[in-house]
Write a protein that binds this ligand. Structure first.
Ligand SMILES: [Zn+2]
Length: 471
């Protein structure tokens, strides 16, 4: 177990607040209400990698409001998504099962109704459920509204030069107003850090740059054609533009949390904040996400906060977004007993009754069929079919299509640049056996060699291309 508690002074402040009613001290951990007796607000920021969030990177000032939330709760320094892009990552988060088990692995996959979503589990337990989303890849047409009483998609806009966080904020505050007198589960999804990266003058971080990239067409598809021309400063400019989008989103999240306060709901609403995946800025010769399983794409922030009931702490043990669903259900009066989660419940650990699991084995996957050429044949080498297993400092990645392996020591080499696959050792063999065993048990077929099935209309195809999902 590796948990750091905040300095006694800060803890005292929280304990003091908690103790106003009964004058008892709160031990590290806390005493959370049952799920049925509180509200849950799940905030997911699309494309916000852990490396760009202030509370995980001392000295970085991108996210003052998220940092405030982190100070009030438990922040996990090593949280990982199951997949490096929206649809599989969100399907895993919402079900507590791996993307391949949910059936959402490829672009355009709908969430099959056989899945039991968090929203359905909340609704079964008598809570109102509301979703506010801003990305068409998790819209109702693709089944992601399963279990939600309401699912507001008014913030899904054409993201080419569009900004959606204020719309998300408006829709979410309207839902809070509407549901304030009953217990609810609310899912709020922000999208602005996703490409295009747009300038926000009030959160300027790019005034320092006067080079040529300032005049480039920043469509992700155009950017990817010019990767060879990108120098260090040009790359940093793009990263800083992206951080402006994060700062702007953070501001809107802050206003949403303020509204929760104004309604008097903060003390009875468990707030969980995370991201579906990160973003790469040439760390591995790529811009954007979807195509690899490095930590730039898998490492995300995860904060759980309920002031006065959950003592602030920093947890360094590895956790997965797959843990969110079993953790929430672990707080219910009627726990889930007839279901095999792929994550674990952290409910006991959050409350200080148990230790956090420290030697977790986590699996990750991505399956991205190649585009077709003019003749309708998949373009060789354009697909991405990878699985990975991590344990402790090790990450083993398997390129399933080409049966190639890479091994990284993330303690000595956090950037995952030095492939140690030729290294011998029992730990390497054990990891490989684990990963092969996991691949064998996968429910969904990889789809290696199959072309991308474009079932959707031309307009949607254009939107997907503009966001870099297809080439
Ligand atoms: Zn995403």
């Amino acid at each position: 177990m590796s948990v750091k508690f905040f300095p006694p002074k800060l803890l005292f402040a929280v304990v003091f607040l908690a103790a106003c009613g009964g004058c008892r001290s709160t031990p590290p951990g806390g005493d959370l209400p049952a799920l049925e007796d509180m509200n849950v607000l799940l905030i997911v920021v699309d494309t916000m990698g852990a490396g760009h969030v202030g509370c995980l990177n001392p000295g970085l000032d991108t996210t003052p409001r998220i940092d405030e939330l982190a100070k009030s709760g438990v922040r996990f320094t090593r949280a990982f998504s199951a997949a490096p892009w929206t649809q599989p990552s969100m399907s895993a988060l919402m079900t507590g099962t791996t993307p391949s088990r949910t059936g959402v692995l490829h672009l355009f996959d709908s969430l099959p109704p056989r899945n039991v979503t968090l929203a359905e589990r909340f609704r079964e337990r008598g809570l109102a459920t509301a979703g506010v989303v801003s990305h068409f890849l998790i819209d109702a047409k693709l089944g992601f509204n399963q279990g939600f009483d309401s699912y507001d998609e008014s913030a899904v806009v054409n993201h080419h030069r569009a900004i959606s966080s204020p719309k998300v904020y408006q829709a979410a505050t309207a839902d809070l107003d509407r549901l304030q007198d009953q217990h609810f589960f609310m899912f709020v999804h922000f999208f602005d850090p996703h490409s295009h990266y747009l300038h926000h003058p009030e959160f300027d971080r790019t005034a320092w740059y006067h080079g040529p990239v300032r005049n480039w067409d920043l469509k992700i598809t155009e950017l990817r054609k010019r990767l060879d021309e990108l120098d260090e400063d040009g790359t940093r400019y793009l990263r800083d533009l992206y951080r402006e989008e994060i700062a702007f989103t953070d501001h809107n999240i802050g206003m949403l949390l303020d509204h929760l306060d104004e309604l008097g709901l903060r003390d009875n609403t468990l707030v969980i904040l995370t991201a579906d995946h990160g973003e790469e800025f040439m760390e591995h010769r790529w811009i954007g996400h979807t195509r690899n399983l490095f930590d730039t794409l898998l490492h995300v922030p995860l904060i759980v906060s309920l002031p006065g009931r959950l003592a602030p702490a920093e947890v360094d043990d590895p956790v997965s977004l797959l843990d969110i669903a079993p953790t929430l259900m672990g707080l219910s009066h009627t726990p889930v007993t007839d279901f095999r989660w792929d994550g674990v419940s952290l409910a006991g650990a959050l409350q200080g009754h148990e230790e956090y699991p420290s030697d977790r084995v986590l699996f990750h996957e991505v399956a991205y069929p190649a585009n077709k050429d003019e003749a309708g044949t998949p373009v060789a080498g354009r697909g991405t079919f990878l699985s990975a297993v991590t344990q402790g400092k090790w990450k083993l990645i398997h390129d399933v299509e080409h049966d190639q392996w890479s091994l990284f020591d993330r303690a000595a080499d956090p950037g995952e640049y030095r492939d140690l696959w030729t290294r011998e050792g029992p730990e390497v063999r054990t990891l490989q056996e684990r990963l092969l065993g996991w691949e064998t048990g996968k429910v969904e077929h990889w789809g290696v060699g199959k072309p991308l099935d474009k079932r959707l209309d031309k307009d949607l195809e254009k939107r997907l291309r503009s966001l870099g999902y297809i080439r």
